[in-house]
Design a protein around this ligand. Sequence first.
Ligand SMILES: Cc1ncc(COP(=O)(O)O)c(C=O)c1O
Length: 493
Amino acid sequence: MTPWPPALPAKVHPTVRAFLDTPGLATATLTRFGSPAHLVFPQVYSDNLLRLRAVLERRLPGHRLCYAHKVNQSRAFVRTAAREGIAIDVASPHELAGAFAAGFDPPRIEVTGPKGEAFLRDLVDRGVTINVDNLWELGRIAELAAPGAEVPVLLRLSGFDAGQVSRFGMPQTHVEQAFDLLSARRGRVAFLGFAFHLDSGDLGERVRAIDSCLRLIEKAYERGLTPSVLDIGGGFRQVFTADAERFDAYVLALRESLLGRGEPMTWGSNTFGYHVAGGAVHGTPVFHKYANTVPADRMLADLLDAPLERHGGRTVAQVTGDNLLELWLEPGKALVDHAGITVATVEFVKEVADGSVLVHVDLSRDAVTPADQEVMVDPILLPRAGDGHAAGPVGVYLAGRLCLERDLITNHKVWLPTRPQPGDTVVFPNTAAYHMDLSAATASMHPLLAKFAVTRRTDGFRIVPDAEYEPGFPVAPRAANSATSPVRSVEAS
Ligand SMILES: Cc1ncc(COP(=O)(O)O)c(C=O)c1O
């Protein structure tokens, strides 16, 4: 039997779970620092990194992890990456400045994404690796580079499968021209190898892209060039759901509701990318990534263990090693998976004309939603202690603070265990990957949410402004009088 109510339970890292389970701590954090707030957990980031590293170290002597900074603006994450000894992928002058400030030296910095004239001029004599998006960029680098500069470049490719078009990277048909330029500008430009980035979770697509790059590396050698790097980008998935069966049951109930069966579950005319026709629901929903159950480390292991037909069935890892290539990765969301939450406060609860219940919170949709995609993870309600909350479950929509009809944080119905009351705390789980920062705006002059870094210590949790986070502080117990209550364990610096 389908369990009631429909639910989308969030997978929560044990460190974050311990934070949320400490009575009163989340609410005390908001009282101390102000509501709403983003909280990042650098120790969870390090855990994620450890798992990816373990997969790589077991299979590949030569590899490099470049943290894709664009996934989150947190300085604490960048400092953690620097401290952990990995490299960084930056995509703007501001991210580059942040990487330098966190202690990255140029050989550990890779610059990706499309770059204009001003940025390229700044980059050519920095010693950082430029991941070249197109022939114009390569031409400009070749013109700007001084003799003997040896500006390290990767060529980013795209369009590996027929019909697959990306606005990023260059088609394989441009590679001969790139080889001409690289040969002519030897000494000024150092050709490291090829790069790609796929947003897809499809193993076959990634294997085909790798195979195309290997083919082009062979061609480069025929042209007297000596590439040694294969950069496979990011795109390693997150696992949001704690219960895939309940997720599927929720989606089934949602589809039924779109057909007018059972309780309404959508705000307004939202269909989430589904197409409703002929008494049936068709298509793939925009939120399909929230159903994923394959963690990033398994996805990476499957990729490295995938056989390459053209190489006699030897695996991606074996062929890379045989050819003395260094495999570079640019994970963003895989490194920050479960390493951040967003905490807000309930302002009020109201009923609207069709009987729907709206829970108004003090942030807007863009603070917890990447590129306006519907987030299919249940928020966690932490009721204020002592208040009599009416028993639930109660099906609600969460509404944001902007004077816009579209500022609904959930356009799908969420069942909460009790009817919220003003002053209750609401936690949005797993918001560190793009959710926090990608679309966040200062509409209505609301300031962007402040961000704090949370570290678990033997005696509780330490919370500091994100910009002030220093990795590796001692975890010795603090003075006895400072750890006796949850509020005290919110230690400001
Ligand atoms: C070039 C490049 N590398 C890496 C990433 C990080 O991707 P993900 O967060 O999916 O790992 C991105 C994301 O857009 C990208 O554009």
